[in-house]
Design a protein around this ligand. Structure first.
Ligand code: FES
Length: 75
């Protein structure tokens, strides 16, 4: 799904930003290159929804295990 039609930014792009720690409005707008002065600004008016999507992804990424636990098997 497109978040920003003018620049072709998708939900996946926003989630990737969230996984990389871009979770506040200014950082997200800068990273995604969305700016009400450059384009229509429709997506910028919905920045809180974009932030929520990025924050959810950031939280999910923080809870994913980095690697599988190492098991010590006794014989
Ligand atoms: S929809 Fe994002 S700038 Fe127009």
């Amino acid at each position: 799904m497109y978040i920003c039609l003018c620049k072709g930014i998708t939900e996946s792009d926003v989630k990737e930003c969230g996984r990389n720690g871009f979770i506040n409005p200014q950082a997200l707008a800068c990273r995604l290159g969305i700016n009400a002065d450059d384009c229509c600004g429709r997506c910028v008016r919905n920045i809180e929804e974009i932030v929520a999507l990025a924050c959810n992804e950031h939280a999910d990424a923080a809870h994913e295990p980095k690697s599988r636990p190492h098991l010590h098997l006794r014989q």
